[in-house]
Design a protein around this ligand. Structure first.
Ligand SMILES: [Zn+2]
Length: 424
């Protein structure tokens, strides 16, 4: 059935649109955008006083299937995404088995087709088994449907392996998503190395662990003229490298997570294992540098790094707990409340970083925009909707959020994928 969205404030950063418009959706596409659309036999949605945005895309999600279905499945992760306002998600390959062969990529795509209410794009491993040694068959994985390549969770320590990966990615016109960490420096670290790690007696992960790797990979991206996307940027020094590289037109893009913007290492005084994340929550100084870089347009994307874990896994001593925060169902409200409604960034930039930019970086030509002929993926927002984060209401299988109980203003109120309402 055709869907008509009436009287919404349509914001499309790609075309610079910000006006009250009607949008007609038919057979999975946007077919008309006008100040007034009338017609018979349509399902009409009144979007008065709501913002209509191109569908949000989270390019950094851990869905845990295959292999760790007790934490999350493709089905539950997609339900969580829809509730969180996302129409598309890209899932990292650190499953069991690792997504390093065509069979796993095809399995994820077929499960997604069967069970997922949002679009799911598999990211395949750069190296076999994420071991950092032998490259996967990137051409075969690309043709199977892998949208990008990453060993996320693990750095690629060998510079030659990273260089080869970049060379192949350029040939295939795909993207390497880079987890920047020097394991020799981070070793058994639990939290950011600094005042609070000394105070709390916890082993620290120094900023240099991230800075050294981003610096190396920018050098390699420059040398190979390949595209590299920096995952979960967290420290000031890494931001400096990113800025310099962008000024020199190196093909580097970057993402930041809500938790690295809204929390810092002082919160670790609570010893809450739900705050344990990799890269760790950094200092206030680092948070400030990240926010400034967003304002100056150096950071391209908000991504959640949605990393579900079961309560049993997190309900242990902090040094034993796994890294990760459950992000899909809290990100939009957190960012609307803390950044948009507090006038740190405008709504247009927010939408660009949630949709336009990730679509461009991932090469999703028919997504990330509101235009006639593009995919009928839309996220509808109510900027002043008051919500209280309640992890017990999550559609995700896991509950590991440090934001439980937070009162926030701004929320996704409807998610439309391929012209179908998938939330509420
Ligand atoms: Zn990572």
């Amino acid at each position: 059935m055709k869907l008509l969205i009436k009287n919404g404030r349509v914001i499309d950063p790609q075309s610079g649109t910000d006006e009250t418009l009607d949008i007609l959706l038919d057979r999975g596409k946007i077919t008309e955008i006008k100040p007034k659309i009338e017609g018979k036999g349509l399902k009409v949605i009144d979007a008065s006083r709501l913002v209509v945005a191109p569908g949000f895309i989270d390019m950094h999600v851990h869905l845990r299937e295959p292999g760790n279905e007790e934490k999350e499945t493709i089905k539950t992760g997609a339900l969580a995404a829809a509730k969180g306002g996302y129409t598309s998600i890209a899932c990292m390959p650190n499953t069991a088995p690792v997504n390093d062969t065509r069979g796993v990529t095809e399995y994820i795509l077929s499960e997604a087709k069967r069970n997922a209410v949002v679009n799911v794009f598999p990211i395949a491993a750069v190296t076999r088994g994420l071991c950092g040694e032998m490259l996967t068959d990137m051409a075969d994985l690309s043709s199977a449907g892998a949208i990008a390549f990453s060993d996320d969770g693990q750095p690629i320590e060998n510079s030659l392996v990273m260089r080869r990966a970049l060379e192949y990615s350029k040939l295939l016109d795909t993207l390497i998503i880079d987890h920047c960490e020097d394991k020799n420096l981070s070793s058994e670290g639990i939290m950011h190395e600094g005042y609070y790690s000394y105070k709390l007696g916890m082993k620290g992960i120094p900023s240099s662990s991230e800075e050294i790797t981003i610096a190396r990979d920018i050098i390699l991206a420059k040398e190979t003229d390949a595209r590299v996307h920096i995952a979960h940027l967290s420290v000031k020094g890494a931001v400096e490298h990113l800025k310099k590289a962008k000024k020199e037109n190196v093909k580097v893009t970057a993402e930041v997570t809500p938790h690295h913007l809204l929390l810092n290492d002082s919160h670790m005084e609570s010893f809450n294992t739900d705050l344990k994340v990799n890269p760790p929550l950094r200092s206030k100084d680092d948070v400030h540098a990240l926010l400034e870089a967003i304002k100056e347009d150096y950071i391209d994307v908000f991504a959640t790094d949605h990393a579900p874990h079961t309560p049993d896994e997190k309900d242990v001593e902090i040094d034993q707990a796994p890294f990760g925060i459950n992000g899909l169902e809290t990100a939009v409200s957190l960012l609307l409340d803390k950044l948009v409604n507090k006038n740190i960034i405008g709504i247009e930039k927010f939408i660009a970083m949630m949709s336009t930019n990730p679509a461009r970086i991932l090469g999703l030509e028919n997504k990330g925009k509101i235009a006639v002929g593009s995919d009928a993926d839309l996220t509808i927002l109510k900027l002043h909707q008051e919500v209280v984060v309640d992890k017990n209401q999550f559609r995700s299988k896991s509950r590991n959020t440090p934001f439980h109980g937070w009162k926030l203003k701004g929320a996704p109120v409807m998610t439309i994928v391929g012209g179908k309402i998938v939330y509420p």
